[in-house]
Design a binder for this molecule. Structure first.
Ligand code: ATP
Ligand code: MG
Length: 508
């Protein structure tokens, strides 16, 4: 292992003084006052040096967990990780921006046999051992303040055993020690390398990169949750597009989202410059440039994956009918597999499913806009819009928001107060049950849907008299017929959807 210095202190002067919150210094001092060593370690040291925002502060100490607890009786011990979480007042958090302070006993990880967990964790009294188990040189720095003699101001002592400062300067992600061995201990580190490169705009050093390329299939051993955490950080970073390209180039993407990778080499048609994979990745890139939400970024990345399976014909005339349904289904599978929250999965799937929505300034009616809002869901409008913007830019269209979309915004505002959900109707389920003398059941819901469909057509119908009259009439229809009636208006008919698809591909 390349070791630059064994605890050769580097004094960094006073600039850092300003950036380490008083509350954090106080924690270090308290541990020291009780006779323990205490160091800032990991991401917070790296981010201090890079002048990046810090929310999570990690402290490594020679104190054993019960000794840490004795110093901070209010704190919480997480047995599984051997980590102590320091309790902070809400007011302090707010003032300082500190989210979490974690104190961990110096440790070394002994023997890995399954590429993801150390067989056991051993405490050690040596900071050096604790730094040597860390993943990358830039994450293996330790920092502590020491009173210096110079004018009795505070200076900072930095322990840098693996040339972490040099790599920070050179913008390099380099494994601590032998890359292949380190990835064999924990295969997630391969993905973390890509994640840090994307977050920091760094390059992965060549030996580290080669070791990833050679051993990418080890990622199969890693739980989907851990993969998701890193993927989310890549997607939320400013270099997400590059991050996905890196995952692909190094052979990791196939173990994360194989469905996305299948778009490589799949050409589109006369209206598209880019192949399917390239278009998806570029759409993500623009979603990032525009600072769109995580949901929009993921929807942009996945919105056209279904084109691989739905492609018909070849060359300039190829078609991709119904690809949005297939994309949505695949996106749902991917997101569920990666254990994204149900809410997030639902939202992204929905955005992908409806990304082809069409809007024709010449022929659109207010009822048409209300139907569109109903279909997209009022809470998803902005994101559906943003997805369209990213999609357009990712296709090589120079203008993100053309007249058409601006007009749609205007129309949406115009109809914003019109009823588009059953909750906004002037009669409710109870009214219907009372007036028909029936118990709760699917028919009540179906009648409400038909009423809504009629009110979407014409909001003036949203009066108690009109709706009550309709309820008596609709009572004569059976359930299947009622559902059919509601569907015809609210969801469009098949033919109309085909039109949407054509419009996107052939008219824009
Ligand atoms: P972030 O700002 O995203 O939290 P971070 O560097 O703090 O970045 P964490 O995942 O919070 O990343 O980990 C904290 C530190 O613990 C890392 O800087 C690194 O030193 C060490 N570490 C975390 N995960 C691993 C791992 N899988 N293998 C080795 N060291 C790790
Ligand atoms: Mg962290």
């Amino acid at each position: 292992m390349e070791i630059s210095s064994i605890v050769k202190p580097v004094f960094l002067g006073y600039a850092l003084n300003m950036k380490i919150p008083q509350e954090i210094t106080a924690i270090l001092e308290k541990l020291e006052a009780s006779g323990h060593e205490a160091w800032l370690v990991g991401g917070c040291v790296r981010d201090l040096m890079l002048e990046r925002k810090i929310e999570d502060w990690d402290i490594a100490t020679s104190a054993k967990p019960e000794e840490i607890m004795a110093v901070f009786p209010d704190s919480k011990y997480e047995n599984e990780f051997g980590t102590v979480l320091v309790k902070l007042d809400e007011a302090v958090r707010e003032k300082t921006g500190i989210k979490v302070v974690e104190i961990t006993t110096f440790r070394q990880e002994a023997r890995y046999s399954d590429k993801r967990h150390p067989d056991q964790v051993e405490f050690t009294d040596k900071l050096e051992d604790d730094l040597a188990r860390r993943d990358f040189t830039i994450n293996a720095l330790a920092l502590n303040h020491k009173a210096t003699t110079k004018k009795s101001k505070l200076g900072y002592e930095l322990v840098d055993l693996f040339y972490g400062q040099r790599d920070l300067d050179d913008k390099i992600i380099r494994a601590v020690g032998e890359p292949e061995k380190r990835f064999g201990e924990d295969a997630l580190r391969m993905m973390r390398a890509v994640r840090f490169a994307a977050q920091l705009g760094f390059e992965i050093e060549s030996k580290t990169k080669e070791a990833i390329k050679k051993n990418a299939p080890w990622l199969e051993k890693i739980s989907q949750e851990r993969i998701r955490v890193e993927l989310e950080k890549i997607i939320l970073s400013d270099n997400a597009e590059q991050g996905i390209r890196d995952l692909q180039e190094m052979g990791l993407l196939g173990f994360i989202m194989p469905e996305l990778e299948k778009g490589i080499g799949v050409a589109q048609n006369r209206h598209h410059v880019y192949e399917v994979f390239e278009h998806n990745v570029r759409s993500l890139g623009f979603a990032v440039q525009k600072k769109f939400s995580l949901a929009v970024r993921l929807a942009a990345l996945l919105h056209d994956i279904g084109k691989v399976q739905t492609k018909q014909g070849s060359g300039l005339e190829a078609t991709f009918y119904n690809h949005e349904y297939v994309s949505a289904k695949q996106a749902e599978n991917i997101l569920e597999r990666l254990r994204f929250s149900r809410e997030m999965t639902k939202k992204i799937t929905h955005l992908v499913r409806y990304h082809m929505f069409v809007y024709d300034v010449g022929t659109v009616s207010e009822a048409g806009v209300r139907r569109l809002i109903k279909r997209l869901g009022p809470e998803n409008l902005d994101e559906a819009f943003n997805l369209r913007v990213a999609d357009r830019l990712g296709s090589g269209c120079p203008k993100a928001v053309p007249y058409k979309l601006r007009h749609l915004r205007y129309m949406m505002e115009k109809v914003a107060k019109d009823p588009i959900s059953v909750k906004m109707l002037k009669v409710n389920g109870r009214d219907i049950m009372r007036s028909l003398g029936v118990a709760p059941g699917p028919k009540v819901g179906a009648i409400l849907d038909v009423l809504l469909a009629e009110v979407i057509e014409d909001p003036k119908r949203n009066t108690k008299e009109y709706l009550e009259r309709r309820v008596l009439k609709l009572d004569k229809e059976n359930l299947a017929k009622l559902r059919e009636m509601a569907k015809e208006v609210i969801e469009e008919k098949r033919g109309e959807e085909d039109k949407e698809i054509k419009q996107k591909h052939w008219v824009e």
